[in-house]
Write a protein that binds this ligand. Sequence first.
Ligand code: IMP
Ligand code: MG
Length: 177
Amino acid sequence: MEDYELEILISEADIERRVGELAQQISRDYADEDELVLVGVLKGAFVFLADLSRKLSIPRVIEFIAVSSYEEGSTASNSVRLVMDMRENIEGKQVLIVEDIVDTGRTLHFLVELLSTRNPKSVKTCALVRKPDRTEIDATLDYLGFEIPDVWVVGYGLDYDEQNRTLPHIAAMKPKG
Ligand code: IMP
Ligand code: MG
């Protein structure tokens, strides 16, 4: 996309409020349990994970994993590839995968399958944003922030070719003219 405009879709205040609600819900659900391992999916989830994890009131540790499904720009490739694994052994642990956005559902499906083979106590999923119109694989989402239409969004960790990742809000990229 050469020439585009950014249109705010989800404001900074709305994100903050919703992340707070999700953190409360997660803290309640895991209140009587052991430590929760939050697995952030790089790079996009780093902002969401930072805010979400700091609002939790339960014992938690942070891990990161990196996958690649979009080679560059916004053209979907068919396969998901593990680019960087996490360090922690998750056997017997409670795991919450934290994603920025669920598009086709392939990435989340791949990660749930992968982490489930490591004998964790549980694997659940959390995403800030989902595009329901784009779903190809129905990966279960246990916690979801917002549903959005089928538009490319940037900000709050999300990028387009590495651009606009650190905007405080989520904006839709609209072709100009
Ligand atoms: P999925 O495997 O098709 O669900 O794709 C998920 C991944 O694609 C996300 O983790 C993002 O990295 C990327 N992605 C999908 N849609 C967008 C978007 O609108 N903006 C930025 N990244 C996106
Ligand atoms: Mg991602």
